[in-house]
Ligand binder design. Structure first.
Ligand code: HEM
Length: 231
C-alpha cells in the first residue's frame, strides 16, 4: 500500500520494522537474561546479553539517523511539556500522537540508557569463581567489582522502569481508550476520520541493516576478548 493510500484510509505507518524488531526482541530477552542467570546457564546468559547490547547500540544509532518517529531529536521534548502531557492524560484529553508523546520520550531514553548500563556492566562483571565478562580482566579488580555490583542491582531498576512503562501503556488504554500495543506490533496507527496527519518519514532500510550488522559485529568482537581460559 502506498503512503498516500494509507493516508486516505486513516492509517499512518508510525513505527518502522527496526524499532518494532528491537522493541519486542529486547522485551523477550530481558526475562531470558534473568532466567539464564538464575539457573546458571551462563553461556546462554552471555548470548542474551550480547544480543541486548547489540540491539540497544543499534537503537541508539537509529535514534540519530533513522525514521522520523525513532529520532531522539523528534521525541525528546522539555520536562515542562512532558508534565503538560501527563496533565492532559489525567484530564482524558490528550491528542493522538504520531510517535512517542512528550512524557513517553523520556521513558524511552531512560529504558535505553538503563539497558546500556546493565549490558556494559555485564562485560566487566566477575563473580570471582568461574563466570566473568569478556572485559573483566582488562580493568582493575576494584572497577570490575563495581561493575559486578551495578550489573546485579541495575537489573531491578530496569525491571521497575519496564513495569512502569507497561503500566503507562495500560493507563492509555483505560483513560483514553487508546491501544498503543497494536501499533507497536503492526507499525500502523489508525487516526480518527477527518484528522489532518502527515506520514512520518521512514528511515533507509539499507542503512538499518548496515547499522544492525555493525552493532552485531562490534559486540561479537568484544565477546572474542573473553579470557581464553574460560569456556
Ligand atoms: C509486554 C510488555 C511490553 C509492552 C506491552 C510494551 C509496549 C510498548 C509500546 C506500546 C510502546 C510504544 C509507546 C508509544 O506509543 O510511545 C513501547 C515502546 C518502548 N518500549 Fe515497550 N513494551 C513492553 C515491554 C518493554 C520492555 C521489557 C522494555 C525494555 C526494558 C521496553 C522498552 C521500550 C522502549 C525502549 C520503547 C521505545 C521504542 C523505540 O522507540 O524504539 N518495553 N512499548
Amino acid at each position: 500500500m502506498t503512503d498516500r493510500a494509507m493516508m486516505e484510509r486513516g492509517a499512518v505507518k508510525v513505527w518502522d520494522p527496526w524499532v518494532r524488531l528491537t522493541h519486542w526482541t529486547i522485551a523477550l530477552l530481558l526475562p531470558v537474561s534473568w532466567w539464564t542467570a538464575e539457573t546458571a546457564r551462563y553461556d546462554l546468559h552471555f548470548l542474551s546479553g550480547y544480543a541486548i547490547l547489540a540491539l540497544v547500540l543499534f537503537r541508539i544509532a537509529w535514534g540519530f539517523v533513522g525514521s522520523e518517529t525513532a529520532r531522539f531529536g523528534a521525541f525528546l521534548k522539555s520536562p515542562a511539556e512532558a508534565l503538560r502531557h501527563l496533565a492532559h492524560v489525567g484530564r482524558r484529553s490528550a491528542p493522538v500522537e504520531i510517535g512517542h508523546n512528550a512524557a513517553g520520550g523520556w521513558m524511552v531514553l531512560a529504558l535505553l540508557l538503563l539497558l546500556l548500563l546493565q549490558a556494559v556492566a555485564g562485560l566487566f562483571a566477575d563473580d570471582l569463581i568461574f563466570t566473568r565478562g569478556p572485559l573483566a580482566r582488562r580493568v582493575d579488580a576494584a572497577w570490575s567489582s563495581l561493575a559486578t555490583a551495578v550489573h546485579l542491582r541495575a537489573f531491578w531498576v530496569v525491571v521497575a522502569f519496564a513495569v512502569l512503562h507497561v503500566l503507562a501503556v495500560a493507563a492509555y488504554r483505560v483513560l483514553l481508550g487508546r491501544n498503543l500495543v497494536r501499533p507497536m506490533l503492526t507499525g500502523v496507527i489508525m487516526v480518527p476520520e477527518g484528522e489532518a496527519v502527515r506520514q512520518p518519514r521512514l528511515g533507509n532500510p539499507v542503512l538499518a541493516i548496515v547499522l544492525l550488522a555493525a552493532s552485531g559485529g562490534f559486540v561479537w568482537w568484544i565477546s572474542t576478548l573473553r579470557p581464553a581460559s574460560l569456556f
